[in-house]
Design a protein around this ligand. Structure first.
Ligand code: NAD
Length: 200
């Protein structure tokens, strides 16, 4: 797909981690990128990386997705500047498909995303595919912050995964791009990326 195709990838949380890796992967596939994040400086840094590493167009937008007014204004900006989205990929988690002791709030929010995805997939079927990716632990700044408070965390987490390691953000990003661009008959699905963790 060439950049001249006019395709635009809008990545919320694009200033860091899985979101940032996804912006790079979409840019490699010829997309222009909108990096939407509450972290304005981080969004600008992501845009600079995209421009220097992939020579793609990238625009930062500050948005707090937990604030309804912010989201409404953001959606209106996107609609005016770029038109409609063609595919939606939501980042849930393995915690959106199974319980997570001591992380009930996180697990609730990730289950909610699966419900949102299934409902909107049914509502927009034939027009906009909507799917979830459900990663297990992935090497990102969010996880690095968590690991600092628990010295044995890295070794224990690696050991608990059948393939012996956590995911890279790039592995998750490549799958998100595949779902958005190639999975043309897939909608309403959860795609688990867990190194075999949920097998047993
Ligand atoms: N890293 C993992 O192990 C893992 C596993 C499964 C699912 N996930 C999910 O993947 C997503 C990304 O996680 P990550 O590990 O890349 O985290 P991260 O902390 O590296 O990046 C999260 C980004 O979201 C932005 N953000 C936070 N609150 C926001 C808000 N209210 N409005 C707009 N932007 C906001 C942050 O500024 C940051 O840039 C999260 O939904 C997380 O729950 C992560």
């Amino acid at each position: 797909m060439s950049r001249a195709s006019g395709k635009v990838a809008l990545v919320t949380g694009g200033a860091s981690g899985i979101g940032r890796a996804s912006t790079i992967e979409f840019a490699k596939q010829g997309f222009s990128i909108v990096v939407a994040d509450i972290d304005e400086q981080g969004a600008e840094e992501t845009c600079n990386s995209i421009q220097t590493e992939v020579c793609a167009t990238a625009v930062p937008i500050k948005v707090n997705v937990s604030q309804e007014d912010d989201v409404k204004a953001f959606v209106e900006t996107i609609r005016t500047r770029f038109g409609k989205e063609g595919s939606i990929v939501i980042t849930s988690s393995t915690a959106g498909l199974q319980g997570m002791p001591e992380f009930a709030a996180y697990s609730c929010s990730k289950h909610a995303l699966v419900g949102l995805m299934r409902s909107t997939a049914a509502e927009y079927a034939g027009r906009i595919p909507v799917n979830c990716i459900n990663p297990a632990t992935t090497d990102t700044p969010m996880v690095a912050r968590f690991a600092q408070q628990w010295p044995d965390w890295q070794a224990e987490t690696n050991a608990s995964c059948p393939i012996g390691r956590i995911a890279t953000a790039q592995e998750i990003a490549e799958t998100a791009v595949w779902v958005a661009t190639r999975a043309t008959f897939m909608t309403g699905q959860t795609l688990v990326l867990d190194g075999g963790s949920m097998c047993s």
